[in-house]
Each structure stands twice: as C-alpha cells, then as structure tokens.
Design a protein around this ligand. Sequence first.
Ligand code: C2E
Ligand code: MG
Ligand code: MG
Ligand code: MG
Length: 287
Amino acid sequence: NAKKAGKNRFCVFDDEMDQMLLRRLELEKDMRGALERKEFYIVYQPKWNALTEKAVGFESLMRWPHPKFGDVSPSEFIPIAEETGLIIPMTRWVFSEVGKLLQQWMEKGVPLLPVSINVSVRLFESRQLIEMTRTLLESANLSPHVIELEITESMMLYDVKDMIRQLSELRSLGVRISMDDFGSGYSSLGTLDQIPIDTIKIDQLFIRESDSPAKRAIVGAIIEMALNLQLDLVAEGVETVEQIDFLRSSGCNVMQGYYYGKPMDVSEMDNWIARNMDERLTEDSRL
Ligand code: C2E
Ligand code: MG
Ligand code: MG
Ligand code: MG
C-alpha cells in the first residue's frame, strides 16, 4: 500500500514536472515569434525623490500577455530568453521603444526624465550593448544622461575585468549605470569600489522585511556604504509609510515601489506625468 501511495505521489509529481516542462517548451517556442507579432509591451515605473518630492526617472519593464497562458511574468520569461539568446533581440526592441518614448516626450515638450533599461549579462557577452547604446543615443539625438542601464551583481561572475571595461566605455558615453537588486545576489563587496556604477538599488527583499531589526541593520549598512562610496541610492519595492520613514531617517530618499507608482503603460504614464507635472517636478529635471 505504502508502495502504491508512493508510486501515486510520484506520478502526480511527475505530471507536474511534465506540465512545467511543457509550459517552458511552449513559452520558448512562442517567444521566438512574439517580437514580430508585437506581443510584448513595456510598462514604466517611476522613481521618486521623497525629499524634493520630484519624480527622478522611470524604469522600463517588459510585459508579455501570452495568447494562451495570459500574462507571463518577466521573472519567468526573461530567464528563458537569456538561455535561448532571444534576450538580445528583445533588449534591442526595448532600446528602440525607449528611444521612441523619449523622442515623443521631446516633441510634446515634456521635460525629459531618465529612463532605465534592465540588461542581462548576455548583452555584455554578445558585445552588442555598446553599439546598441550608441545607436539609441544617436538615433534619437538624446542627451546620454536620460539613459540608465540596470545590471546585477551576479554579472560580475561572468568576467569582472571585461565587465569593468565595458561598463567604463558605456559610462564614457555618458549613460548611467545602476546595480539592481543589490544585496541579494553574489555580493562583490570587495570589488564594489572598482566597478564603475553610479547607483545602488537596494533589493526589495530588505525593504519588505524592514520591520525586522536585522534587515534594518543591513539596509542601514548598505546606505552608509553607498554614501561613503558617493553612489546614489534607490530603494526598491517601497509599499508603506513605515518603510518610507525608515528609509528617509537612514539617509535614502529615492524610492521606487507601489506606494509611489505601479508600473504603467505609456498612456497611463502620460496621465501620471500630467498629474505630477508641477513646478517642483519640472524645476531641475530638464537635462
Ligand atoms: P527588477 O529590475 O528588479 O524590477 C523590479 C520588479 O519589482 C518589477 O517586477 C516590478 O514590477 C516589481 N515591483 C516594483 N515595485 C514593487 C512593490 O512595491 N512591490 C512589489 N511586490 N513589487 C514591486 P517585474 O516587472 O515582474 O520584473 C521582474 C524582473 O524581470 C525585473 O526585476 C528584471 O530583473 C526582469 N525584467 C523585466 N523587464 C526586463 C527587461 O526588459 N530586460 C531584462 N533583462 N530583464 C527584465
Ligand atoms: Mg531593474
Ligand atoms: Mg530590482
Ligand atoms: Mg529583480
């Protein structure tokens, strides 16, 4: 009996594995044509300076409403895109969409706020990132300060020296570099001072659990370190007033999270900008 139950359990598990594998394979197959079918779109989430009460930028995030599975999270499809290499044409597409957005803002006379793009290590390996960035800046005739690239700590595992070289070249173009999800991945604390970045984004895990004294201590240490290294700071995943109070009292004023704004599609973002577009917002954001 035990053997039978065990076998059944194994079958159920096996079935779930099959389902997961099938979904994975189907997503991979469908992703290949998704760009041409224009299935992806981009949402933008504001970054807010709580001290000056100004928007200081937006982050671009990909969305995929799948015809059969519904909305598939980027946490699921980005790793597949990275494995297959499709992340390269997909990121190329994000670059061109961000370029179009900034051009539209210029035409409408909207003061430009920096827009960040998440980039995978595959973009560095492919050696296409510098060319893509140059093309974006030239095609839209943009001030490089309006483009920011978000990388993660784990990319340093690829080849620190080469990463540093490519990041330096990107920064010499004038674009800014953020270290995303800081504190959650492979921590390169020992080499952090050698990695050419402008900003640290504190991982939302620490913010979510910032009612824990231990997590608060870690956030405090990250903030102090960033300030000492003269890096800018952004806290991710800010959802509550308590979190805002804690972050501000610790010296971190720039925040991103559902409290200030969820990721929005382009038309929602236009409304958001219009609502938040007063003198304070526009004052020194003209670059
Ligand atoms: P990320 O770059 O760290 O982006 C932040 C994620 O946190 C986003 O999830 C965002 O929607 C979510 N978030 C923001 N504020 C809050 C909050 O207050 N509470 C909670 N619970 N979540 C919040 P999303 O859009 O699902 O993206 C997940 C990850 O997928 C991103 O993490 C990024 O690593 C990756 N990703 C998304 N778009 C792209 C892309 O175009 N290229 C690449 N390479 N990766 C992307
Ligand atoms: Mg990011
Ligand atoms: Mg993040
Ligand atoms: Mg993340």
